[in-house]
Design a protein around this ligand. Sequence first.
Ligand code: F6R
Length: 241
Amino acid sequence: MNIKKFLTTELMAESAGKHIIEIVKKKPDSLLCFAGGDTPLMTLNYLAEAANQGEVDFGKCSFVSLDEWVGLGKETNGSCKQTLFDHFFDRIPNIDDSQICFFDGLAIDMDAECKRVDHFVAKHEGIDFMLLGIGMNGHIGFNEPGVRVDTYCHVIDLAPVTKKVSVKYFDEEMNVTRGISLGIQHITEAAEVMLMANGEKKADIVELTINTEPTADIPSTLVKNSKHAVLYIDDAAASKL
Ligand code: F6R
């Protein structure tokens, strides 16, 4: 896994944004996947501005969601869908809903939801690029420690620390207990995976991710099994290295 370290979060986001723009220029019909959560927001902002200035055109790209809290829909502040729409999809020109395949956290039949999203990825012959954050316990998407590595889309019980951290996203107590997520197989089969972390609170898990052999106990280490993996970190996230 390549590691790229940046002095500031801003420089990291800018470099990530430029890299993603290059990918889209090389393959305009790329299938892209961006995590929700706080980590990618600055990069998404960079991309939205670049798209509005005509530096990149996402008009031929497709997008698949990484994960969603079971029980939450786009209307809920803090859902992954709302985060991605607010910070990216609703801000860029030339995007049609048919290009975007998002988990519906409110779906009655979660198995059908998994099949629908699996089918979308398969139809596109896999994901070209994924931008992933790292949970405090090393989860990627909602692939929590102990996850089966041979999974595609699946529903998973959230780890206690994930439930605890989740309060930062919501205006009120949400009591989320399960997530629906792309699986480790999607991640290891993607053409390129960018794992991203910023801030001192991620320093311990970044150190563990780098210095531990791939293991399902720390899902972020499994990114090393991807075809092409790169870790983007800022100075603070790199402070335990
Ligand atoms: C969110 C997601 C999660 C987050 C991770 C880090 O869609 O997939 O795996 O990337 O929990 O969250 P932040 O970025 O808020 O620190």
